[in-house]
Design a protein around this ligand. Structure first.
Ligand code: NAD
Ligand code: WQD
Length: 345
């Protein structure tokens, strides 16, 4: 298919939560997008949402990135020069139960992407990394230089291993450039409420649990612990709006396409720089949306870290990206999306 190679991006896992929002922002910034996804944790609704928001017939190929031959056909067919690799399994708890599935899916799909990029002479890759690589940091906020801690789950380990695979590949293979974006806690939804997070079964993450509780799907939110050494006793995170996060990918791609990278491999923290506690978030959600949340304090969740938030100054100055949406707007968008899903809007 004839396309401007520099302005075309392959989005693996583009039917997912962050991939669908990123596809929208890429298109709105003037890029062509090809979405691939095996729909293992998503459905065509997100692709339809992307098409509806952008008014574009975005190409979609249902393919498993672990299937080298099938994935290869996408490289044969489309002339993109950049890839954003979102495709991965992401449930921390499940990864402890099914480590081999996680190592296989997250590592094989990623190695296939790099292998195919080399084979077809494609140049730029963005990898979805995570603040999980920092573990319980000794010093807050964390910068990109903060040492990584040994992973506490197979999922976290796949993120560290993929970062290392990327670093080593970029050092070895000429012509490849890459950026790892370490996301903090992505939340919220597109302002259109046409795309958003789609948790399967009981949500493991805080905001989907909050919105489902507000919608009456869950009876009561459990706040995991109020006896941590934090001002109100609950854990602290850096909640980053998903549209802001999506925009970070656009700036990362532009940086590589326009030849502004300072090294073949770069890492950026993508967060707000603001730590918010669980209880603060619950109350902000109630105030921003004018709803009452049923919640109770329960014991700590095993494996939770006490507090983490980003120092995003390197992304701010070097990437030219900054989180912009207010927490209230983000929490309103999360609630609007939940109401859309439940037919309550
Ligand atoms: P998601 O599950 O909504 O999206 C991932 C998409 O990849 C899904 O649509 C899934 O069907 C697809 N996929 C999985 N394995 C695949 C394969 N082998 N081939 C093709 N498609 C495949 O998750 P998300 O929240 O959008 O996360 C996207 C990426 O960001 C993941 O790599 C995740 O680890 C990373 N990340 C997410 C968070 C978070 O809290 N959501 C935080 C840090 C990093
Ligand atoms: C946030 C806070 C919970 C649910 C996970 C992954 C991490 C990254 C982001 C991918 C914690 C508390 C939660 C609930 C609660 N993903 N909570 N009641 O644990 O920071 O990070 O997602 O890379 O790797 O581990 O996010 O949303 O699960 O929890 O009190 O029902 O909310 O204890 O303090 P977390 P989360």
């Amino acid at each position: 298919m004839e396309q401007n190679k520099n302005k075309c991006v392959l989005v693996s896992g583009g039917a997912g939560y962050i991939g669908s929002h990123t596809s929208v922002e890429l298109i709105e910034a003037g890029y062509d997008v090809v979405i691939v996804d095996n729909l293992s944790n998503s459905d065509m609704g997100a692709v339809e949402g992307v098409r509806k928001i952008t008014g574009r017939e975005v190409p979609f190929v249902q393919v498993d990135c672990c299937d080298y031959e099938a994935f290869r056909k996408v490289f044969e067919e489309y002339e993109f020069d950049s890839v954003i690799h979102f495709a991965a399994s992401k449930a921390v708890g499940e990864s402890v139960q099914k480590p081999l599935e996680y190592y296989r899916n997250n590592l094989t799909s990623f190695m296939n992407v790099i292998r195919l990029m080399r084979e077809f002479g494609r140049h730029n890759i963005v990898f979805s990394s995570s603040c999980t690589v920092y573990g319980e940091a000794d010093k807050l906020p964390v910068t990109e230089q903060t040492p990584r801690k040994p992973a506490t789950s197979p999922y976290g380990n796949t993120k560290q291993m993929c970062e290392d695979i990327l670093r080593d590949s970029l050092a070895a293979y000429d012509g490849l450039r890459g950026i790892a974006l370490r996301y903090f806690n992505p939340i919220g939804a597109h302002p259109s409420a046409l795309i958003g997070e789609l948790p399967r079964g009981v949500p493991q993450n805080l905001v989907p649990y909050i919105t489902q509780t507000a919608a009456g799907v869950r009876e009561c939110l459990s706040v995991f612990g109020d006896d941590y050494p934090t001002p109100d006793g609950s854990c602290i995170r850096d909640y980053i709006d998903v549209v802001d996060l999506a925009r970070a990918h656009v700036t990362a791609i532009a940086r590589m396409v326009e030849g502004r990278s300072k090294a073949d491999y770069e890492i950026f923290n993508i967060g707000t720089g603001r730590g918010v506690s669980v209880l603060e978030l619950v109350h902000r959600f109630e105030q921003a949306n004018g709803v009452k949340l049923n919640y109770r304090i329960v014991g700590r969740r095993a494996g939770d870290i006490v507090a983490i938030w980003a120092d995003p100054s390197y992304a701010n100055t070097e990437l030219g990206w900054k989180a912009e949406r207010s927490l209230d707007d983000t929490l309103r968008s999360a609630w609007a999306w939940e109401k859309h899903l439940r037919g309550m809007a």
